[in-house]
Design a protein. Sequence first.
Length: 279
Amino acid sequence: MSSTTSSTTLYGGASGRRVTVRDLAAAKERGERWPMVTAYDAMTARVFDQAGVPVLLVGDSAAMVVYGFDSTLPVTLDHLVPLTAAVVRGSSRALVVADLPFGSYQGSPQQALESAARFMKEAGAHAVKLEGGRRVLPQVEALVSAGVPVMAHLGLTPQSVNTLGGYRVQGRGQSGDELMADAKDLERAGAFAVVLECVPADLAHRVTTSLSIPTVGIGAGPSTDAQVLVWQDMMGLTPRPAKFVKRYFDLASEMDRAVRAFADEVTSGAFPAPEHTYC
């Protein structure tokens, strides 16, 4: 992080306080793009926070990358609340967004508020994220009215993967107009940002220029205000990442090398050496 970075800069800024939704709105007005990364524990949250990442998402992707499920559907509030609390404790500047898991908000606005309250009160989350368009507008309005910042999520919504018929690009043809309408409705309902997942780049561009709130892309091309990736995907831990993922490091190979070196030294007797031993 550069010592010359302005305190008003979202990525890498040095404000001495938590990033807020107003900061995200101001970044959109300035035309400043910013990164969002997932985090599920205090140690990785600390690394990303110190790197200047302004928003950390405790995603329901934890179902797969933390708990080993084959989709996001099985994860619960009881799974995610402790992870969110750890990320909040491990960070000092980033705005921490918690994913409302499947079955925790679809039933009613009251259910959504009760679930969000657990994230806010038990974990210290600063905002929540939920999936869906017009069908969740009552939930968004209820949460915002109660003082809970809401990040929306359109396009490929993994919690609806069975209805969508798999992990496929969304928003082509007429469904693109429907997505645009959903995005505008969510903005009017009070959402402070909207994630656009696996949608055509031209549609993401049109949505981004039509909204006054930031858009966060994941497989949505280069025109969104922000980009988000699951950290295990970008670090090379995921065996078969999606097309939209860029691997920035091969952590799996480095971990394999390190654990093999440790195991070899243990079996040969080279570890622990005298410098690792108490007298």
